[in-house]
Ligand binder design. Structure first.
Ligand SMILES: CC(C)(COP(=O)(O)OP(=O)(O)OC[C@H]1O[C@@H](n2cnc3c(N)ncnc32)[C@H](O)[C@@H]1OP(=O)(O)O)[C@@H](O)C(=O)NCCC(=O)NCCS
Length: 220
């Protein structure tokens, strides 16, 4: 079996791309060789000293046999389709082109040995992931968050820093949980739920709904 890791191309040319390169350079054995972004969003031919190539040309310039991808782009509160829809669509597009994604799990995160993790997952420093947690693909868990035992974290979900989730809670897919929020144990967070910063969720949520406050109320 070939154990040599393919070099990595990072999607993006903004802050999340810069920080991802920093973390991979300083806290992983992955080698970053370039960046890619949609042609219309290229602002410079170089980012962090490496080439930025149009995503439209990636199959020619960095074919799937030669590179892996990290897609660290965060949520958008301006997308009327939903906070994580661009993240979902682009992840699925890259995957359908035949690319493999890497994960970045900080060496300073505490992740129980039996946690199951998909691909394109980023878990930052100080996060705690307790035993029997399942994490899907294209999930970002920012620094200091605490995911309780037996939680399920669905695909394309973004969990900001210092979020606490009690044990046995289920998050479906494409969920956003804002900075410093708390989600109680054993609740069901439905797909596309948006939870504002500093909120407290103590009951199930409705698909595609927006919750704010302590305790959180549905915001229309
Ligand atoms: C929810 C959010 C997007 C709203 O931003 P906004 O549109 O600028 O909101 P406004 O300040 O105009 O407030 C709009 C309403 O939402 C309420 N609101 C906004 N944020 C709230 C919060 N965190 N908790 C409770 N209510 C909130 C306001 O009180 C206001 O209520 P009203 O309509 O009754 O007057 C923002 O507060 C938020 O939580 N962003 C997420 C930040 C974050 O976690 N980023 C992750 C970084 S990694």
């Amino acid at each position: 079996m070939n154990s040599i890791k393919k070099p990595v191309v990072i999607f993006g040319n903004m802050a999340s791309a810069s920080t991802s390169k920093y973390y991979l350079d300083n806290d992983s054995d992955h080698a970053v060789i370039g960046f890619t972004v949609d042609k219309e969003n290229i602002i410079s031919p170089k980012h962090e000293g490496l080439d930025v190539i149009p995503f439209e040309n990636i199959l020619n310039e960095y074919p799937p046999e030669e590179v892996s991808i990290l897609f660290p782009v965060g949520y958008s509160t301006h997308d009327p389709r939903g906070t994580n829809v661009f993240r979902r669509n682009r992840y699925e597009c890259i995957k359908s082109m035949g690319y493999e994604f890497i994960n970045y799990i900080s060496s300073k995160a505490i992740v129980a040995s039996n946690v199951v993790i998909g691909d394109n997952v980023l878990i930052y420093e100080g996060a705690i992931i307790q035993p029997f947690v399942q994490i899907g693909s294209n999930v970002i868990i920012r620094s200091g968050s605490n995911i309780g035992h037996h939680c399920n974290i669905g695909n394309h979900t973004f969990i900001a820093s210092e979020v606490t989730i009690g044990g046995k809670t289920n998050l479906d897919s494409e969920i956003f949980i804002g900075l410093n929020s708390t989600v109680s144990n054993s609740v069901n967070i439905a797909s596309g739920s948006f939870i504002a910063a500093n909120s407290f969720i103590n009951q199930d949520t409705q698909v595609g709904s927006d919750y704010r406050g302590v305790p959180a109320r549905r915001y229309e």
